[in-house]
Design a protein around this ligand. Structure first.
Ligand SMILES: CC/C=C\C/C=C\C/C=C\C/C=C\C/C=C\C/C=C\CCCCC(=O)SCCNC(=O)CCNC(=O)[C@H](O)C(C)(C)COP(=O)(O)OP(=O)(O)OC[C@H]1O[C@@H](n2cnc3c(N)ncnc32)[C@H](O)[C@@H]1OP(=O)(O)O
Ligand SMILES: Cc1cc2nc3c(=O)[nH]c(=O)nc-3n(C[C@H](O)[C@H](O)[C@H](O)COP(=O)(O)OP(=O)(O)OC[C@H]3O[C@@H](n4cnc5c(N)ncnc54)[C@H](O)[C@@H]3O)c2cc1C
Length: 667
């Protein structure tokens, strides 16, 4: 079957055109599944098209050849152009469209609005009272002010209870006095804080009458709105170059008894009255909701990062020919090697799985904020916190691995910045650290798991949330040939065993006399393993659910192949648990391996189109290897020629050092 696939163009590299002709589904239809709706998939294409008509937004110089200052200047120029066209390009206040616009135009390097859109505005939405929103939200949305989220300090990022920045209430002036008492209290890392933002949400320890109430969010003006100079009492700057993400000015910030009005404490959920009396929030951790918001996005965003790397690697693998199979008259596409497929296709499956999880958790967060803001209902907070804590950790870890494999799959050219994969990798793996270091977040997920196991052990399985219900499932013998549900059952048994084992170990140390904290630390590796399995089970179930719900027959068939690959790959990856506990036999293992290898063959004809379906433009990909038209070699040569080193035949460094050195050596 051949589809009139919109990606096919006669001027393209014939190897890619051939790949596109073999696709068994329509990439526009697949895009609807990826982006959650026909409407949004169409809007994305429309926005991409509109961007392509704005000459000032077409890339001129490769980012790889720019200095950090040039990258930041270029990002600001593009933001300015975007701002002029904002209302024609996207529906104002539509977060997904704004993110698409930024991703497409500015790329991975980051930009001054990265935290404005993802944390500053969302914090105002979730934490500011109606009156405070009236004052700041409209201005923020119109980009009259630029904001960021300043929480992490030089000395503390993970352990928020020990943040040192203080906000001491002065009833006589009805002000908070922000202060940085030590060097370790300097805010350190917040994106776009250093040079771009003139406002920040600052998380500081609220102190009233010498009593500490823990971290609370304050809106703070940092710079003069006319001159952009830091206000007196504020020290602010850039923390220097990073592994990647260098178009963003992650910053430091210190306060010297800096005064802000009482009304700058965000007061949707808690209040400080003029006399200093404190009204506590309906849930102790409600002030952390912006972190949950970003974590709930991360499965989607990381999935898209990995997708970009895979579009590049898969397209390149279809035009790169090296070595022979049967026919010795023509070298084969490297995509035909089983090892190449095994390197790339399981990650393609994970991309789809992560994105389906992201579509779900983004909605769960939206629902939670509605429940909290409209009805004061905080009952969903604990579950979403544990789910997103596990998910961000598992997804970022596998995304890093998948992108690195994509780089290696491109051989030597993958290592060149022309591939753009190194930048994608550098940005993606930051996600293992930001929004909660992965081990720390896996241990947060483990708290919920241990509580659930304890409920089962205490004879209260009815109190388990639906996500934990598998902890009550009895051991059964499973016939894998019956389909996805059999895989779920085995995975459930593996995850359940590990959750009980880790809890048992924790209890054993406690019975032997350790405090819970010490016993927890002695069991931490086992606990993180339990969290990973629990989360991978959720990912697997979400993938199955999503594929089952698809109505387009050819899209569903292509994704079923991908799902089968995922099920077999995941189970094989955790087989050591299953074999050790006698959950699976070695005969079943052989069955899984064979299924996996035949899935690779089934996916092969659709590989390019599965990645084309993400509909990333060349502008967004910024990759010579991943070009949609597949004309890699001539463009690699053009790219190299544009290197600043090639703008003269003899470099000053040669004249100054190498020539005299060679001359000296002749003497
Ligand atoms: C993200 C990018 C998004 C979009 C970008 C998209 C497009 C742009 C395109 C291209 C640009 C390119 C790339 C962008 C990439 C990167 C840059 C962009 C953004 C980066 C953003 C990064 C921002 C940050 O990092 S902000 C700082 C984040 N910091 C943390 O996460 C700190 C982690 N620590 C904590 O959260 C807490 O300290 C803790 C949870 C570990 C412990 O807290 P605490 O000590 O207070 O509690 P405990 O005693 O442990 O627990 C008590 C009980 O409370 C429960 N709990 C804790 N937290 C919560 C919560 N949030 N909700 C509900 N419940 C909670 C806990 O479980 C305990 O419960 P129990 O019942 O008693 O067990
Ligand atoms: C690109 C980037 C952007 C960022 N943007 C922002 C931003 O916009 N705003 C902001 O406020 N912050 C931001 N951050 C900071 C980020 O949120 C923190 O770095 C992160 O939360 C980790 O905290 P940390 O640096 O203190 O790590 P640490 O906690 O010091 O981690 C060091 C090691 O200690 C381990 N560890 C720590 N505590 C425990 C524990 N309880 N149990 C077991 N192991 C533990 C960790 O696992 C890790 O291996 C950003 C960071 C990066 C890299």
């Amino acid at each position: 079957m051949s589809f009139l696939n919109k990606e096919i163009c006669d001027g393209d590299n014939p190897d890619l055109t051939e790949e596109r002709r073999t696709a068994t589904f329509d990439t526009d239809r697949m895009a609807q599944v990826i982006y959650g709706s026909e409407k949004f998939a169409a809007r994305r294409r429309q926005i991409t098209k509109s961007i392509s008509r704005i000459p000032a937004l077409q890339d001129t110089k490769p980012l790889a050849f720019m200095t950090r200052e040039e990258k930041i200047t270029e990002a600001c120029r593009e933001l300015d152009v975007l701002s002029d066209h904002w209302e024609q390009l996207i529906y104002v206040n539509d977060e997904e469209e704004a993110l698409h616009l930024h991703r497409e135009v500015i790329g991975m390097e980051g930009h001054p609005f990265a935290l404005h859109e993802t944390m500053f505005i969302p914090t105002l939405v979730s934490q500011a009272s109606d009156e405070q929103q009236e004052k700041w939200l409209g201005r923020a949305r119109k980009r009259e002010i630029i904001g960021c989220y300043a929480q992490t300090e030089l000395g503390h990022g993970s352990n928020l209870r020990k943040l040192e920045t203080t906000a001491t209430y002065s009833p006589s002036t009805q002000e908070f006095i922000l202060h940085t008492p030590t060097i370790t209290a300097l805010k350190w890392w917040p994106g776009a804080l250093g040079k771009s933002s003139n406002y920040a949400i600052v998380m500081a320890d609220l102190v009233i009458k010498n009593k500490s109430y823990g971290p609370h969010p304050f809106i703070v003006q940092l710079r003069d709105e006319k001159t952009h100079q830091p206000l007196p009492g504020i020290t602010v700057g850039d923390i220097g170059p990073k592994m990647a993400f260098n178009g963003a000015d992650n910053g430091f910030l210190g306060f010297d008894h800096f005064r802000i009005p009482r009304g700058n404490l965000l007061m949707r959920h808690n209040r400080v009255e003029p006399d200093g009396s404190y009204l506590k929030p309906p849930h102790a951790k409600i002030g952390y909701s912006s972190m949950v918001k970003v974590r709930s996005r991360m499965a989607m965003d990381q999935g898209l990062f990995m997708a970009q790397a895979l579009v590049i690697a898969v397209r390149y693998s279809a035009v790169r020919r090296q070595g022979f199979l049967e026919d010795k008259s023509q070298e084969v596409k490297v995509l035909d090697y089983q090892t190449q497929q095994h390197r790339l296709f399981p990650s393609i499956a994970r991309v789809y799985a992560f994105i389906f999880c992201g579509l779900e958790t983004i909605q769960l967060y939206e629902k939670l904020i509605l429940d909290v803001n409209k009805n004061g209902d905080t009952s969903g907070m604990a579950d979403l916190h544990s789910l997103t804590s596990g998910l961000k950790s598992v997804v970022t870890h596998f995304t890093g691995q998948g992108i690195e494999q994509a780089r290696m799959a491109c051989g030597g050219h993958g290592y060149s910045m022309a591939s753009y994969i190194s930048e994608i990798y550098g940005v993606a793996v930051a996600g293992c650290t930001y929004e909660g270091e992965n081990m720390v977040m896996l241990l947060q997920c483990a708290r919920a798991l241990v509580k659930a196991v304890e409920l089962v052990e205490e004879g209260h399985p009815e109190k388990l949330s639906p996500m934990m219900a598998y902890l009550t499932k009895p051991s059964v013998t499973v016939d894998l040939t019956v389909g996805p549900e059999a895989y779920v059952k085995i995975f459930q048994l593996i995850a359940k065993k590990q959750a009980f084992k880790a809890t048992e170990q924790l209890h054993k140390f406690m019975v032997a006399g350790d405090s819970r904290d010490v016993a927890w630390n002695k069991s931490a590796v086992e606990l993180t393993k339990a969290s990973r399995l629990h989360t991978r089970l959720y990912i697997l179930k979400t993938f199955i659910r999503r594929v089952e719900s698809i109505t387009d027959i050819s899209v569903k068939a292509a994704l079923t192949d991908l799902l089968n690959l995922h099920l077999n790959y995941e189970l094989l990856d955790v087989a050591s648990y299953a074999l050790a506990d006698g959950i699976m036999s070695s005969t079943q293992m052989d069955f899984i391996k064979n299924q996996l290898y035949s899935s690779l063959e089934k996916i092969r004809p659709n590989a390019v189109s599965l990645m084309d379906s993400f509909q990333f433009s060349d502008l967004q990909l910024r990759s010579v290897l991943g070009r949609r038209d597949g004309h890699v070699y001539q463009n690699l040569f053009e790219w190299a020629k544009s290197s600043p080193l090639n703008q003269s035949e003899v470099l000053p460094s040669v004249t100054q050092y190498l020539k005299p050195m060679m001359e000296k050596s002749k003497l």
